[in-house]
Design a protein around this ligand. Structure first.
Ligand code: DQA
Length: 143
């Protein structure tokens, strides 16, 4: 099973960026841990601060992999193009947020990607990613 994690803008700064909201662990450290926890999965990770590069990655894996775990960062709240890219592919995408976007500013309650995703996981810290991976594994196993 192949699962692609895609991280959007500013998520390269996890560990340094607003640690009171996003924690003090870097994504690289967390990614090494989850790879150990899912030894039979092919897990890949991609991060970009550029909207078009996120869309290119969605297109690239969206007909090849088994699922995508997508934290589109602030593009969640602004990008119709990322929403359209998710609609264009044929594998399940889980929308992920480290923080609980519904307990924060009003503008974070708007998502242009939720309606195209199979589900949303928000507010469980870095653990949101592994919950999303579990959800994809379960969906595919129960097909
Ligand atoms: C985020 C929440 C977004 O509102 C924010 O712009 C981010 C990170 C999260 O993981 O909690 O960059 O997606």
């Amino acid at each position: 099973m192949r699962i692609q994690i895609i991280n959007g803008p500013n998520l390269n700064l996890l560990g340094k960026r607003e640690p009171e909201i996003y924690g003090s662990q870097s994504f690289d450290t967390y990614f090494e841990l989850i790879k150990q926890n899912y030894p039979s999965l092919k897990l890949d990770c991609f991060q970009s601060n550029v909207e078009g590069e996120l869309i290119d990655k969605i297109h690239e894996v969206g007909f090849e992999y088994d699922g995508i775990v997508l934290n589109a960062g602030a593009y969640t709240h602004t990008s119709i193009a990322i929403g359209d890219a998710i609609k264009a592919i044929n594998i399940p995408v889980v929308e992920v947020h480290i923080s609980n976007v519904y307990s924060r500013e009003e503008f974070r309650r708007i998502s242009h990607i939720s309606s195209s995703c199979v589900g949303i996981i928000s507010g469980f810290g870095m653990n949101s990613y592994s919950l999303a991976i579990d959800a994809i594994i379960e969906m595919i196993d129960n097909k």
